[in-house]
Design a protein around this ligand. Structure first.
Ligand code: COA
Length: 259
């Protein structure tokens, strides 16, 4: 039997590929557990700078396995977090940038996970569905908070209450995805961005991600917070390397900077 989640490390990037095409990459407990493990391990590995999440050529994911939802739903009061929650928390807590590459349908949690990714590239055949209400379920994993923040209240209401298809072009217009590519080219585009990110100063990328994901606060508080981090970073090995590279007229190389 083939692996339902593939994990491939190359050029500083971990690519996690959903691989259950005969079930449209519907996410089983096993798949969530493998995805959570792959993200947590990538976070712990200094040689990996970026994580890519992708699916098959014609389907990102049909969302949660509906058979699992019916037969073995995640237990609210379980002692251990169920695999789906472990996966969503691994994604939420990831300090490294995460990029999604989507072809075909992204359904349910397939959309929810995008709200926690820094970049998302969609082939022009991609579409997005959040049919929670159509299944008599409410939305999940902070999507009622994040989706309105990202696409605006009215678009979020439309997606979450009607659960109709949002095309790749509509998704980019509303800010749900970063860019649309030709069909079949989303992963290549994700890799291009991953390579750009992998060459940047890892700590500076992590701080930027942290700041971008912080809850709203008073402007003065954010100025002070950024000011502290900025001042500290002026003493970092990464900053020294950036400036040295500038004066030596070469690209910076952060591989020697401790993380
Ligand atoms: N859970 C379990 N199995 C699923 C599934 C899911 N979420 N989505 C698809 N499958 C299975 C189908 O039952 C079918 O299995 P079979 O070949 O044994 O009959 C197979 O995957 C192919 O699905 P099919 O519906 O024929 O593919 P499609 O290309 O016509 O449509 C989707 C693709 C994603 C639009 C459609 O499958 C769909 O709407 N799936 C359910 C999505 C959903 O409600 N997810 C939960 C959100 S909370």
């Amino acid at each position: 039997m083939s692996e339902v989640v593939l994990v491939n490390d190359a050029n500083d990037v971990r690519t996690i590929t959903l691989n259950r095409p005969n079930k449209k990459n519907a996410l089983s407990h096993e798949m969530y557990a493998l995805m959570a493990d792959a993200i947590i391990a990538a976070e712990a590995d200094n040689s990996l700078k970026v994580i890519i999440l992708t699916g098959s050529d014609s389907c990102f994911t049909a969302g949660n396995d509906l058979g699992d939802f019916l037969g073995s739903p995640p237990e609210l009061n379980a002692e251990e977090r169920p695999p789906v929650t472990r996966f969503m928390f691994a994604l939420l807590e990831a300090k490294k940038p995460v990029i999604a590459a989507i072809e075909g349908p992204a359904v349910g949690i397939g959309v929810t996970m995008l709200l926690h990714c820094e970049f998302a590239y969609a082939g022009e055949n991609a579409y997005f569905l959040t049919p929670f209400v159509n299944l008599a379920l409410p939305p999940e994993y902070a999507s009622t908070l994040l989706l309105p923040q990202i696409v605006g209240q009215k678009k979020a209401v439309e997606m979450l209450m009607l659960g109709e298809k949002t095309s790749a072009n509509a998704a980019v217009e509303m800010g749900l995805v970063t860019a649309v590519t030709k069909s079949g080219e989303a992963l290549a585009r994700a890799n291009e961005t991953a390579q750009k990110l992998a060459k940047k100063a890892p700590q500076a990328i992590r701080l930027t991600k942290k700041l971008l994901n912080m809850p709203p606060e008073a402007v003065v508080d954010r100025m002070n917070r950024e000011g502290e981090l900025f001042a500290t970073s002026l003493h970092s090995a990464e900053f020294k390397e950036s400036v040295t590279a500038f004066f030596e007229k070469r690209d910076p190389d952060y591989s020697g900077c401790a993380e």
